[in-house]
Design a binder for this molecule. Structure first.
Ligand code: LLP
Length: 421
């Protein structure tokens, strides 16, 4: 499903050899494929054909301006979770009426920012937030469109750190309390309730939890309508998973997900929004890295890369698996070896994979972490004063640096010295 393929013995991003990018940009670096981003957005858009809908890309997955502009050009809306993301969406030319604002801790400043710049809706997560929005909107003399995020208490069957739809998670209002919260919202000035929002987690590889959640939303829609509320929009969240391990069975396709949406809520006549992040950006990006050393340990062999946990934190944070492949295509029958793949950061947690079976590699070889486009660059840091990892966008046979690697001087000049020093 992506455009990272071996051609003439070299892994390419579309028509550009990754070795060429490594030579011009250096490593580590993220490399994205335009065609893959576009393809994945269209898969969702087409899966919802026949229903009024908007695919709002969850930009938390990858929020570079060039990526946002690529998707905005196809008509994508954006799901934002902070003032910074809101500003990024606007800077990329996304109209306010295609921006949905989510998150449990929206500040009054963020609420005012979005109301001033325009937005499609706030996805509200608590009574306190409703009151804050009402206060700010009333002061500004405007009306804020809102959906209320309900927590359906459904087990998303994903990693605990990225499940959001169980009652123990901080997200949404318990679905059992929803009627009361809608009644409160209806009575507040400056608020216009337009629908319901739900999101149960990320990297879901089975449709059953979505089905359980959407059936609950369908039932709630009828109940709230009977209570006199205008429910005309359903935001069904994001979360459809991607195949991280090529050897595993692939998660359901967007078409199957779209069919499920039609089946569960299609009869309600609502406008549908979805907020996919990972499925759009995940397999549209790789992290390019170089082997610095091969080190023999006690009963194990370490592959020490120039990429580290600060560049790609998913393995350290979620024990996530990323396929790691050589940029030069292995010959058939090439010798294989088992490696602990690590980075240079001074922590044992800086481990990408343990006892990973791979074609034998040598110092100086290039490797690519697959499926690194989502929650990769956006979660990177400068820990160990490693300059923030650069990003490159490929389209056909050209590539462009879309975020440059900062120099040491740039990195240091962000600090300022108090007058007493
Ligand atoms: N909508 C809401 C309200 C969300 O909280 C999220 C993700 C999404 C949409 C997009 O979900 P997606 O389609 O990307 O699964 N850093 C973690 C993932 C965190 C997901 C947070 N919320 C990781 O690297 O696995």
């Amino acid at each position: 499903l992506d455009h990272f393929l071996y051609r003439d013995g070299i892994l390419h991003a579309e028509d550009v050899p990754l070795s060429e990018i490594a030579a011009s940009v250096g490593t580590p670096a993220y490399v994205y494929s335009t065609a893959t981003l576009e393809r994945h957005f269209r898969l969702f858009d087409e899966a919802l054909e026949g229903m009024p809908h908007l695919v709002c890309y969850a930009m938390k997955a990858a929020s570079n301006q060039a990526i946002l502009k690529t998707l905005a050009a196809l008509g994508a809306g954006m799901d934002v979770v902070s003032g910074g993301e809101y500003a990024r969406a606007k800077a990329a030319g996304v109209p306010g009426d295609k921006i949905v604002f989510a998150g449990v801790g929206k500040t009054e400043a963020e609420i005012a920012q979005a109301l001033a710049g325009g937005l499609r809706q706030f996805n509200v997560e608590s009574e306190s937030e409703l009151q804050a929005i009402s206060r700010v909107a009333s002061e500004m003399g405007v009306t804020a469109p809102v959906t209320i995020r309900v927590n359906p208490d459904v087990d998303a069957k994903t990693h605990a750190k990225i499940a959001t739809g169980k009652s123990e998670n901080k997200f949404g209002v318990p679905i059992a309390r929803a009627r009361g919260v809608y009644a409160e919202a209806a009575a507040l000035p400056g608020i216009e309730v337009i629908g319901i929002d739900v999101h149960i987690g990320s990297q879901l590889t089975d449709l059953a939890p979505f089905e359980a959640a959407y059936l609950k939303v369908a039932e709630l829609t009828e109940t709230l309508r009977a209570d006199g509320h205008k429910i005309e929009r359903l935001d069904l969240g994001g979360g459809l998973g991607i195949p991280y391990e090529r050897s595993n069975t692939a998660p359901p396709l967007p078409t199957e997900y779209g069919a499920l949406i039609k089946r569960t809520v299609g009869h309600l006549g609502c406008e549908i929004e979805i907020e996919p992040g990972r499925l759009i950006a995940g397999n549209a990006g790789i992290l390019l890295s170089r082997v610095v050393y091969v080190k023999e340990g006690e009963g194990r062999r370490f592959l020490i890369l120039d990429a580290a946990m600060n560049d790609l934190i998913r393995p350290a944070m979620y024990d996530a698996w990323h396929d790691i492949v050589p940029v030069i295509e292995p010959e058939p029958g090439q010798e294989r070896a088992s490696y602990d793949v690590v980075g240079p950061v001074c922590e044992s947690g800086d481990t990408f994979a343990r006892a990973r079976e791979m074609p034998q590699l040598r110092e100086g070889d290039l490797v690519a972490f697959r499926s690194a486009g989502a929650y990769g660059a956006v979660m990177a840091s400068e820990y160990n004063s490693r300059p923030l990892v650069p990003e490159v966008l490929v389209k056909d046979d050209h590539h462009a640096v879309i975020r440059a690697r900062p120099s040491f001087d740039e990195m240091i000049s962000r600090d300022s010295i108090p007058e007493w020093l």
